[in-house]
Design a protein around this ligand. Structure first.
Ligand code: K1U
Ligand code: ZN
Length: 172
């Protein structure tokens, strides 16, 4: 398995829309494995293919806390088919916006449909942090970042902080 480089904002790649995969073949299943490796190494609890420069509708998520008990979810062509009216506010981070966090409000529960790593159709429900993380990752596939859910004032503060961070990292 390969750890892939993660694209950092502001990069135009993060604003592009991903296209559906035709089938989960060996190439897509290898991409899922590499994305999981990349996500665990970061570390993070989710990753969209867009973040590693692949414009395909592929997402991996694992919100389990214990290292030895991983519960990875690999999704191709994920779709949210139902969202609850009740919302939840969670602090979100993003591997493409390092060290930036904000509270974002989203539907608390979702029903989703996707193709798993074995090319099987799956219907499942998610709530709480898992639902938040999946919605965050599905946004990435549309070129949307969590900062797009904030006011332009808050968004610009984060973007300015990121620029400073990039400059500092380039110097050291
Ligand atoms: O999409 C991404 O960039 C991954 C992102 C997912 C996410 C986190 C929180 C709320 C919504 C979506 C991350 O994983 S950021 C890092 C993070 O949350 C984390 C890192 C180490 C341990 C636990 C969490
Ligand atoms: Zn993200």
């Amino acid at each position: 398995m390969t750890v892939l480089p993660i694209i950092i904002a502001p990069d135009p790649m993060l604003r592009k829309k991903a296209t559906p995969v035709r089938t989960v073949d060996s190439e897509i299943s290898q991409l899922m494995k590499d994305m999981l490796e990349t996500m665990y190494r970061a570390p993070g609890i989710g990753l969209a293919a867009t973040q590693v420069g692949v414009l395909k509708r592929v997402v991996v998520v694992d919100i389990s806390k214990k290292e030895q008990l991983n519960e990875p979810i690999c999704m191709a062509n994920p779709e949210i088919v139902w969202s609850s009216k009740e919302e939840v506010t969670c602090e979100e981070g993003c591997l493409s916006l390092p060290e930036q966090y904000s509270e974002i409000t989203r539907p608390d529960r979702i029903k989703l449909r996707y193709i798993n790593e074995n090319n099987e159709k799956v219907d499942r429900e998610a709530s709480g942090l898992l639902a938040t993380c999946i919605q965050h990752e599905l946004d990435h596939l549309q070129g949307i970042l969590f900062i797009d859910h904030l006011s332009s004032l808050k968004r610009n503060i984060i973007l300015r902080r990121l620029k400073k961070l990039k400059k500092l990292n380039a110097k050291s």
